[in-house]
Design a protein around this ligand. Structure first.
Ligand SMILES: NC(=O)c1ccc[n+]([C@@H]2O[C@H](COP(=O)([O-])OP(=O)(O)OC[C@H]3O[C@@H](n4cnc5c(N)ncnc54)[C@H](O)[C@@H]3O)[C@@H](O)[C@H]2O)c1
Length: 438
């Protein structure tokens, strides 16, 4: 008989994880408290883009629903009928403005699991959390609601999810996983299940180290990306292309700088500093000036871009207030339709706050923003500046020669294109003289 597993939370991580588990031979009961999401998933629909080996996530979902490998419900009790292991992928959102952490969804998930938990069950938290809270906040909820003792009657482990959106299906099965258990047995039981998911190595460690290591992985990338942001000014001063500069720097085998962008978005990297600092109370004496500065630098990138473009316009006697600024791609990174904490959207807002007319085009993002235009021609018509917020695969197939004929012909177009993708496609055009980096 097939092993059954409960996946709690069916978002960008939980749904592809469920599909992957189905493919590795599990029967999966997926639980999500959002009734609309449950309804759509049950009907075989999802917007999550995780194409893998010629199949979209939606096609996989339909296949596994039809085969009875995957069932979905809003009630955790449904998972408890057959599953003895729960993988929890419910997040701890950080408020975009106040930076307040909200762990209500994860606490609720723990309560719901606790109510239906059976002796010997295993709960593996895969969400990114404030380090230390598994033992201080979530285990007590499980114990209180189940009236059992963690580490004795049931088992709890932490094993953060490390995949990148867009590559999830492959990375679930290949990345190493760091596991920390409340007890050695908790860790060993979690490792046993997770080893059926990944061909990578399972590293068993202390529960606190497992929680800290996830947050530090992301914070390290935040610092690296902040260095890249700072180097924008260096590259400009030396009149060199930053993208090419970094490619050269990275030819050193012990250097790995990340690539330039209009800012740092998504659910992982921007939140890391906030989780880490929330784990340190005032009595520890620990301060994080480097991580804090990195966060501020990355968060300030869209405003810096808008100011630089305003300056470029002013140098030509033009005002932002009479400019049309186009943002191409609104995802939080290249190839993504996830707009959570998207720097491209922050750019659009920064330009609006300086008085520009902003238009944006992204064929993968649902048209919910007032400045979104569904047609790329209408978007580019009369543009004074173009910001490549995120490069979408569909952009590869556009006729940029024809499209560049639509921009404002009376003045040079300012191009903000950190990875040079658009630039590479328009440099050969007869009117490239209108092209100018911000
Ligand atoms: N998105 C990424 O690229 C990524 C990568 C690595 C790790 N992570 C981590 O994985 C976790 C999930 O991220 P995500 O991007 O999938 O988030 P998400 O917001 O897309 O998904 C979370 C899902 O949980 C559901 N939910 C909320 N409360 C619930 C409850 N009490 N019970 C059941 N379901 C509930 C929500 O409706 C939502 O569908 C986060 O901790 C995140 O930091 C994310």
């Amino acid at each position: 008989m097939r092993e059954s597993i409960g996946v709690i939370g069916l978002g960008y991580i939980g749904l592809p994880l469920s599909m992957c588990l189905c493919e590795r031979g599990f029967r999966v009961v997926g639980i999500d408290t959002d009734p609309d999401k449950v309804r759509r998933i049950e009907a075989g629909e999802t917007d999550v883009q995780e194409d893998y080996r010629g199949e979209t996530l939606q096609q996989r979902l339909q296949r596994h629903l039809a085969a009875g490998n995957f069932i979905v419900s809003s009630r955790t009790a449904v998972a408890a009928w057959e599953a003895t292991t729960y993988l929890v992928t419910v997040g701890v959102p950080v408020h975009p403005e106040t930076k307040a952490l909200c762990d209500e969804p994860l606490r609720m998930a723990m309560e719901n699991i606790g109510r239906v938990l059976k002796p010997h069950d295993v709960v593996v938290i895969r969400s990114t959390v404030v380090p230390g809270t598994v033992e201080s906040r979530y285990v007590p909820i499980l114990e209180e609601t189940s009236r059992m003792v963690a580490g004795v009657d049931f088992h709890v482990a932490y094993a953060a999810e490390r995949v990148a959106e867009g590559r999830a299906m492959e990375e679930f099965q290949t990345l190493d996983i760091v596991v920390g258990g409340l007890t050695e047995k908790c860790a060993a039981l979690a490792a046993q299940t997770l080893q059926k998911l990944t061909d990578g190595q399972i590293h068993i460690t202390d529960l606190r180290i497992a929680q800290l290591s996830k947050v530090i992985e992301n914070a390290q990338r935040d610092v690296n990306l902040a260095m890249v942001q700072e180097l924008q000014a260096v590259a400009k001063a030396h009149q060199v292309n930053l993208f090419e500069l970094i490619q050269m720097v990275n030819t050193h085998p012990r250097v790995q700088m990340l690539l330039p962008s209009v800012g740092v978005g998504g659910y992982c990297i921007p939140n890391a500093y906030h989780y880490l600092s929330a784990s340190l109370d005032d009595t520890t004496g620990a301060d994080l000036p480097l991580f804090r500065t990195a966060r501020e630098t990355n968060e300030g990138a869209p405003q810096r871009i808008a100011r630089d473009v305003a300056q470029s316009l002013a140098d030509r006697g033009r005002s932002m207030k009479e400019a049309v600024v186009v943002v191409l791609g609104l995802g939080m990174k290249d190839g993504s339709n996830d707009i959570r904490q998207s720097p491209a959207i922050a750019c659009a807002k920064a330009f609006q706050s300086l008085g520009a007319v902003v238009r944006a085009y992204d064929p993968t993002v649902a048209p919910l923003l007032p400045y979104q235009v569904s047609n790329v021609e209408d978007c580019l018509r009369g543009a004074d500046a173009i910001v490549v917020g995120a490069w979408q695969p569909a952009f590869d197939h556009l006729d940029w020669g024809r499209l560049f004929g639509l921009v404002n012909p009376t003045a040079p177009v300012i191009l903000v294109d950190p990875r040079g993708r658009l630039e590479a496609r328009v440099l050969h055009l007869p009117h490239t003289t209108i092209l100018q980096r911000a």
